[in-house]
Design a protein around this ligand. Structure first.
Ligand SMILES: NC(=O)c1ccc[n+]([C@@H]2O[C@H](COP(=O)([O-])OP(=O)(O)OC[C@H]3O[C@@H](n4cnc5c(N)ncnc54)[C@H](O)[C@@H]3O)[C@@H](O)[C@H]2O)c1
Length: 253
């Protein structure tokens, strides 16, 4: 493996073409990181490298996995400071319609891929005294009907964050972010043409709006910053206060 010629801190970021992922890549790039993005979609030219790969294959497709890992290592050039596990899928269905493939696709992408990536790149993260940042969801804590598969995957991702933070200390820090509704394609897909519903969702948050992707990205950058060196095993809410809000029918104001 080559030495990282310009010795830049390096970040591997999944879901790089998504709403939040693109903001995370930009935030790390602007902060001086060498950014290696990963996404299963192809979305054209960017000022940093993005590998096209389906991370749900990491657990079982040996050939695809080996060539992907080799490519990442080539781009890392012996240095990995931050791994941001951001890619996820969201299947919304009532319980009667949930299939085995809904579970496997969701858990392979949202839970197991973060684990496989941390496991594979642990030696580099250890050398760098680096960190992993797992993008969870408010659904890890509070949820609603039809989100069983997604909510379970995100709850487990927060548990994984704690478990790995303990096992990998003191060398590698592992933290999670718990965003609430954030203005991205994933969120808008759930509303379709129902823009009133989207507006109402914003109003329901104590800060009276949904998040902007860059508000999540800034927290990812903060958690990755070696100066925030005493933070591990935590899950930081970026939720406009909705996770703190008691929902009952009695309105006092
Ligand atoms: N948008 C929200 O309201 C919200 C709220 C809470 C948490 N989150 C979380 O934030 C993260 C980003 O969400 P987003 O809203 O930007 O979603 P998004 O759908 O806009 O982006 C997700 C990206 O991940 C990629 N991806 C999905 N599966 C993949 C796979 N198997 N391999 C490689 N790439 C894959 C997609 O192609 C897409 O570009 C997710 O973990 C999501 O669960 C989002």
């Amino acid at each position: 493996m080559h030495e990282n010629a310009d010795n830049k801190p390096t970040a591997l970021i999944t879901g790089a073409f998504g709403g939040i992922g693109k903001s995370i890549c930009e935030a790390f790039f602007e902060a001086g990181y060498r950014v290696i993005g990963v996404d299963r979609k192809d979305a054209g030219e960017l000022p940093y490298e993005v590998l096209r790969f389906d991370i749900s294959r990491l657990g079982w497709d040996d050939a695809a996995r080996q060539s992907f890992y080799a490519r990442v290592e080539e781009l890392c050039q012996g240095r990995l400071d931050a791994l941001v596990n951001n890619a996820a899928i969201q299947i919304v269905k009532p319980i009667e319609g949930i299939t085995l493939s809904d579970w496997t696709e969701t858990l392979d992408t949202n839970l197991l891929a973060p684990f496989w990536l941390i496991q594979r790149f642990l030696p580099l993260l250890r050398v760098a005294k680096g960190c992993a940042v797992n993008i969870a969801s408010i659904h890890a804590i509070v949820t609603k009907s039809d989100f069983t598969v997604y909510a379970t995957s995100k709850g487990a991702l927060v548990s994984l964050t704690r478990a790995l933070a303990i096992e990998l200390a003191p060398d590698v820090r592992v933290n999670a972010i718990i965003p609430a509704a954030t203005d991205t394609p994933m969120l808008r897909a759930g509303f379709g043409d129902n823009l009133d519903g989207l507006q109402q969702l914003g109003e329901y948050h104590p800060l009276r709006r949904i998040a902007r992707p860059e508000e999540v990205a800034k927290v990812a950058l903060f958690l990755a910053d070696p100066q925030n060196s005493f933070m591990t095993g935590t899950a930081v809410n970026v939720d406009g206060g909705i996770g703190a809000c008691l929902h009952d029918p009695v309105v006092t104001r």
